[in-house]
Write a protein that binds this ligand. Structure first.
Ligand code: GDP
Length: 305
């Protein structure tokens, strides 16, 4: 909680500053205050659709209670945002845990280069290892040599096995080898990196589809999770990437990185709402321990308390 507060400090400072400015001289929540609030949410990267949804709900409360005081606005926002996050199941899982299964749990990780995909995989591997799970990594981003090298660095650091081939090899073949090796070793969880090329959507889609199909030869219900990694500091770009990736494959969970050092933490609320995908993990620093399972109550508390 402490590191979360620290990680979200910039977003909180910015949101609270804007909120305070929005209600200055006002005692009641009226149309002006709601207009200002709309502006606050949009400039906090919550996104237009989600902002309007939140405003509508608060309007509903104002309609019921005409004398709703601006001093309550903080609490009301906190409640409505927590509610919104609950509706898209963000924060439903509270620990680095895996369902019991005879097969390894397969996480396929997608996202464009630079968002923190490799780092997130390394941090995740570390958390699962700490939780006593046997982890195997698969370097199926074969498009860039650096991607394979960086994942190897993380595998060494966390001390977990990694399956790789040379650059340019077939990602599906790497994924197949990884699952085969994981099954042989009795691994609990497999984390597969994939190439983050968005400029060619058809390629991306066919590549991810093939990776999935080939993995299912070994683990019938693979991937158990398709984790989209988004850089929380990129604001609207994160929305655009979510749009592209959800078109290319079935994304089941979000990891939002780099929430430290940004005032754009509103992305967490907007992206999960707009695409109805739960936020499962958040990155709040570059260190190996700076990945948390997303907790919606702690999140809203960190922003509004
Ligand atoms: P990839 O290209 O998507 O695999 O990105 P990397 O994992 O290589 O990360 C790109 C940069 O972002 C690196 O310098 C990471 O240390 C940094 N990074 C990743 N996650 C976070 C985070 O949660 N917070 C901060 N501040 N930096 C991060």
């Amino acid at each position: 909680k402490e590191s979360l507060d620290k990680g979200l400090a910039k977003t909180k400072e910015s949101v609270l500053k804007k909120l305070t400015r929005a209600v200055v001289g006002k005692t009641r929540v009226d149309d002006d205050v709601l207009d200002e609030l709309e502006e606050v949410l949009i400039t906090s990267d919550v996104g237009v659709d989600t902002t309007l949804k939140i405003i509508e709900r608060i309007e509903g409360r104002v309609a019921k209670d005409k004398f709703l005081s601006t001093s309550e606005l903080n609490d009301i926002l906190r409640e409505e945002i927590a509610q919104l996050l609950a509706e898209n199941r963000s924060g439903d899982v509270s620990q680095f845990e895996l369902p019991k299964s005879e097969h390894p749990y397969v996480i396929m990780v997608v996202g464009v280069n630079g968002v923190g995909k490799t780092t997130t995989i390394g941090k995740l591997a570390n958390k699962f290892k700490q939780a006593g799970k046997k982890v195997v990594l698969g370097a199926a981003d074969t498009f860039r040599a650096a991607a394979i090298d960086q994942l190897v660095v993380w595998a060494d650091r966390v001390d977990v096995p990694i399956v790789k081939q040379s650059m340019g090899s077939d990602p599906a073949s790497v994924a197949f080898d990884t699952l085969e090796s994981a099954k042989r070793q009795g691994a609990d969880v497999v984390i597969i990196d994939t190439a983050g090329r968005l400029h060619n959507k058809v390629n991306l889609m066919s590549e991810l589809t093939k990776v999935k199909r080939v993995m299912q030869k070994i683990v019938p219900d693979a991937p158990n999770e398709v984790l989209l990694v988004l850089d929380g500091s990129t604001g609207q770009n994160a929305f655009e990437q979510a749009k592209q990736f959800t078109k290319a494959t079935e994304v089941s969970a979000l990891a939002i990185t780099k929430l430290d050092g940004t005032a754009k933490g509103g992305v967490v609320i907007g992206v999960s709402d707009q695409f109805s995908i739960p936020v499962k993990y958040i990155g709040i620093g570059e260190g190996i321990d700076d990945l948390q399972v997303f907790d919606r109550d702690e999140f809203v508390d960190s922003l509004f308390k």
